[in-house]
Design a protein around this ligand. Sequence first.
Ligand code: GTP
Ligand code: MG
Length: 446
Amino acid sequence: MNETIFALASAPGRAGVAVYRISGPKAEQTLQILSRSPTPTPRSAVRATIYDTEKGDQIDNGIAIWFPGPKSFTGEDVVELHLHGGAAICRRMLELLSSQLLLRLAEPGEFTRRAVLAGKIDLTAAEGMIDLIDAETEAQRRQALRQSQGALGKIYDGWRKILLSSLAHVEAFIDFPDEDLSIEEERIWAPIAKLAEEISEHLNDNGRGERLREGLRISILGPPNAGKSSLLNWLVKRDAAIVSERAGTTRDVIEVYFDLAGYPVVFSDTAGIRTEASGIESLGIAKSFDRARTSDLKIIMIAADETEAFSAVERLIDKNTIVVINKTDLGETNIIDIRKNCLSIEAVIFEISIVEGAGLESLLEGIAVAVDKKINAGNSPAISRARHREALNECIEALNRSQIEVLLELRVEDLRVAMRALGRITGTVDIEEILDSVFHDFCIGK
Ligand SMILES: Nc1nc2c(ncn2[C@@H]2O[C@H](COP(=O)(O)OP(=O)(O)OP(=O)(O)O)[C@@H](O)[C@H]2O)c(=O)[nH]1
Ligand SMILES: [Mg+2]
């Protein structure tokens, strides 16, 4: 039998309300002892006075909810106590639950782990719950909520069922060989080919789900003195980087995490790129190039009065680039040439003056549109973790092998490998082995 576990489920510290969770076979009895009352109606909030089981006086009064298993989060008997959120109450409650009532403090994520083991939710839904707690922007919250409600799990499980059905047909085919090979093709291999196509499409999503969890990387690049740091400060609405009229002010990459219209982004301000640099400056420039390579989106900026510096950064422009010409207040020089070059590479171009505040709002909108295009979750759930991507890659490799192999036994083995890979994502197989790594990220009480 499982041990009964308890934890403070709300954040520790001074608060209006603190929530304690108890799960396991001793949950009901614990509630009876603490409240000196019979078990309340299931799933209803009832007023409860909580007594000190050692000293006999009251600790606090609040609300108790009784969730008899299996209709509970963990599938076991669960009690939730909503008491006042004070340090003294919390200390005494935790002391009593462990030393007097002999329950065990839950490990991080243990409640959710029990929910998975009881088959209440699958692993992808559990991961969705971690993400929901960690979500900092609207788009992250939406993706996490969908995943916690099983949107991804449903897809992977549906695919597993297709594999399972093909495997069942193979067994039948081996036991009762049929002369008609077209039946084998239709029942076994045609669905597999279609499945392989569907999985490749799902994999081919430019990592938008992962980007949404981790933040889209946007770097601000350009020649020295173009106004890159000024733009960063304007975008994030604070003085994150030093701005000065001296060329070569920024030497290192400055990263700022930001919520851009509901999307998480990480802006990187970089050292100005020019060809004749040495020493520390050239080390900084090497980092700028590095950032240009690893960014999801690049903002390449030049100053209207120094357009000749454009040649140093021109080759960084591609379709993931927004070109910004700053300092239009100083008058144009040969902007037209730059415009022509950018058009040929499909890069979007904006003209702004940071000191005059001109063109900034439309630039911001342009960045938001580009970000939206890259990670808009749309309606189809996206792969949100490297763990899923690895398993899906393994699955697709096995499926592809199964289609070219000649020996039926080998083809069938490939299907089994593919099915196990899918099962690992939702936790249908090898579960204990991967549970630890998943629940590692959880907080205690969840
Ligand atoms: N006239 C004018 N000056 C600007 C504008 N934007 C920025 N500046 C000035 O240009 C100078 C350089 O700005 P920074 O933001 O430090 O430029 P940077 O690209 O980060 O420069 P490095 O870090 O040296 O590569 C500062 O003196 C800014 O005040 C603008 O729109 N018009
Ligand atoms: Mg700078």
